[in-house]
Design a protein around this ligand. Structure first.
Ligand code: HEC
Ligand code: HEC
Ligand code: HEC
Ligand code: HEC
Ligand code: HEC
Ligand code: HEC
Length: 438
């Protein structure tokens, strides 16, 4: 009876510890989702058109679009590379603005007086064209209007980021961090409750033992269990334990050995020093410059080009002109020689990889393959880039076949023969040798 009691108390304890474990695990997953949502890769990410859901939705969509496409050159109440956009809907009509954002060069070329004057006033700097819809541009303007007149504090050295943008971003991050904080508080409360429970249980167990010790009707076996102590010396001497520990160590060594042999020829983690201390963290992260602003062909072509010095000059003709690192860009341009960036990713020639197929058609984010580039001071190779890596993803990733008539019959055939598994890249032949090998 007594041993039964103490055993139950241990079981209760174990149960609570298990619960605590699962609570932590849950918290970890929710944190992971939060951080995933926190990653806002450029490009298509910003393209959430306001689907006609009223002003608030339009403003919100405009906010995201502005951040993804315009922040690097514009702020609402302050001149950055381009003019402050406050009051823009009073200076210009929406149809003009739509035309302008879609193709500023065309508006200037058409001889539009306002545009030509603006272009000259801004040192003939060309604003890039944007493949945004009329509605998307309208929602950007709605957001700009909603921000007009809010106080901004210039960020030191005209870095291209205003305090206002920053607080807006902070606000956005804040909601994520808020959720994280909430989970943290919950976790702390849980841990405290558990500690209290454990202490209480230990006290109860000891009390019960004391009560039992005072009883006269215990037989020899009961006393033995009651006075049981853990036998550390016995455990240390036990051959079974030594055997298990030995086997675990041997397995770990074997695993490490196999891993290092398998890694021959792999360049995962490769992080060469670049000729200019260019930081993705500063540009793509803190200044939120869209990846495709520099890697212009990543949504259109096979390879994601490395930007030429001219693209750097869009901003660095004015930003940090005295920095020795920036002067290296000027020198390259004077000498008419490209900057000698060191290539990080390099598939062997026998494999064919196409960016637009993955980013534009497949809708895969850069970070899925390249990792948290927006946090990297110096780029490193995040993924293994092995054949197994490509194939695994093709086996696991369902194809986006919606609204694509080309796939309709294929999906129907697939569902007829094998309804249980989704239509993945590999169901469409994405693991056939010839798809990746010439
Ligand atoms: C690479 C920098 C750059 C980016 C990115 C950029 N612009 Fe511009 N923008 C400029 C410059 C520079 C001008 C001034 C005109 C000129 O020199 O062509 C300008 C002018 C404008 C004007 C006219 C302002 C006025 O006072 O009349 C509007 C409107 C505008 N941009 C909207 C946008 C929007 C919306 C986006 C994002 C979708 C955007 N721009 C992205 C550089 C940029
Ligand atoms: C301001 C321009 C700029 C922006 C914005 C930018 N990059 Fe880059 N990127 C570069 C330059 C320059 C290099 C070559 C130097 C280096 O490796 O750091 C590069 C290199 C890379 C490489 C390594 C290429 C190789 O050699 O294999 C990857 C991957 C990459 N960028 C991804 C991204 C992603 C993803 C984003 C958006 C989150 C992004 N870049 C935003 C300019 C930019
Ligand atoms: C859209 C604007 C933009 C473009 C394009 C751009 N940069 Fe920058 N860059 C910035 C801003 C903003 C800063 C931060 C300046 C500051 O800290 O005050 C910066 C800072 C830097 C710095 C750090 C300078 C220092 O001494 O602190 C380097 C180096 C640099 N950029 C290199 C490049 C290179 C190389 C390219 C072309 C591949 C490039 N940038 C393209 C906006 C841009
Ligand atoms: C499905 C995985 C995948 C995705 C998604 C992806 N990349 Fe890549 N990226 C690669 C691979 C693989 C290479 C090496 C290509 C080679 O060596 O031919 C590469 C190479 C690059 C390079 C070096 C130049 C080149 O094309 O070889 C840059 C820059 C780059 N990626 C930028 C980006 C950006 C920016 C995005 C998001 C818009 C992106 N990548 C999305 C897999 C990916
Ligand atoms: C993160 C997941 C992912 C990784 C990693 C990945 N792919 Fe893909 N790949 C896709 C998706 C999704 C598609 C289908 C895009 C579409 O057509 O909708 C695709 C399509 C393709 C296609 C066209 C297939 C066809 O049926 O036409 C080729 C070729 C390809 N990938 C090559 C590669 C190579 C080579 C690598 C490795 C260097 C690679 N992929 C890595 C997700 C991935
Ligand atoms: C989704 C794309 C993809 C498919 C499908 C694919 N491969 Fe590959 N394969 C690759 C990539 C990427 C590499 C280069 C990997 C590396 O360098 O580690 C490669 C490398 C190889 C190599 C060279 C290995 C080496 O060590 O140099 C051989 C051989 C090969 N593949 C054969 C095949 C055969 C046979 C098939 C069909 C059963 C196939 N591959 C299907 C992407 C693919």
């Amino acid at each position: 009876m007594n041993s039964f009691l103490s055993r139950t108390s241990y079981w209760v304890l174990a149960l609570f510890l298990a619960l605590a474990g699962s609570a932590t695990a849950q918290d970890a997953t929710s944190a992971a989702t939060v951080s995933q949502q926190g990653v806002t890769p450029g490009g298509a990410a910003g393209a959430n058109p306001a689907t006609g859901g009223g002003d608030a939705a339009a403003i919100q969509a405009g906010d995201a679009l502005f951040k993804a496409n315009c922040t690097q050159c514009h702020a609402v109440n302050e001149k950055v590379v381009g003019p402050a956009l406050a009051g823009i809907t009073k200076r210009r009509q929406i149809p003009w603005l739509v035309k302008w954002v879609k193709n500023p060069a065309k508006v200037i070329a058409s001889g539009d007086e306002y545009a030509v004057k603006l272009f000259n006033d801004y040192g003939k700097q060309q604003m890039p064209s944007f493949a945004l819809s009329d509605q998307e541009i309208t929602s950007i303007m709605a957001w700009v209007t909603s921000q007009e007149g809010q106080k901004t504090v210039a960020d030191g050295g005209g870095a291209g980021v205003t305090k206002e943008n920053q607080t807006a971003t902070d606000g956005q991050d804040g909601s994520g961090a808020g959720a994280g904080k909430y989970a943290d508080v919950l976790l702390i409360v849980l841990v405290v409750v558990l500690i209290v429970l454990v202490v209480t249980l230990v006290i109860i167990a000891n009390l019960m033992k004391d009560v039992l010790r005072g009883r006269k009707d215990l037989d020899g076996r009961d006393v033995e269990i009651l006075e049981q102590r853990f036998d550390w010396a016995g455990l240390y001497k036990s051959t079974a334990l030594r055997g298990i520990v030995g086997a675990v160590v041997a397995l770990a060594l074997l695993y490490a050995g196999v891993q290092s042999v398998m890694a021959v020829g792999l360049t995962q983690g490769y992080q060469p020093t670049q000729p200019i201390a260019f930081s993705h963290k500063l540009h793509a992260g803190e200044n939120n410059i869209n990846c495709a602003y520099c890697h212009t062909s990543v949504y259109k072509g096979k390879s994601a080009n490395i930007p030429s010095a001219n693209i750097c000059m869009n901003c660095h003709s004015q930003i940090k002109t005295e920095s020795p690192e920036i002067k290296k860009i000027y020198r390259a341009i004077e000498r008419k020689q490209p900057i000698q960036w060191v290539r990080v990713h390099n598939l062997p020639d026998l494999a064919y990889f196409n960016h637009s197929q993955h980013t534009q058609v497949g809708g895969i984010q850069c970070q899925t393959c390249h990792g948290p580039i927006q946090n990297m001071e110096v780029v490193y190779q995040y993924s293994a880039l092995t054949m197994g890596w490509c194939i695994n993803c093709h086996r696991e990733t369902p194809l986006n076949t919606k609204g694509n008539a080309y796939y309709d019959n294929l999906v129907k055939l697939h569902d007829k023969s094998n309804n249980a598994v989704p239509f993945t890249v590999s169901s469409n032949g994405g693991t056939e040798c010839s798809k990746c090998h010439y």
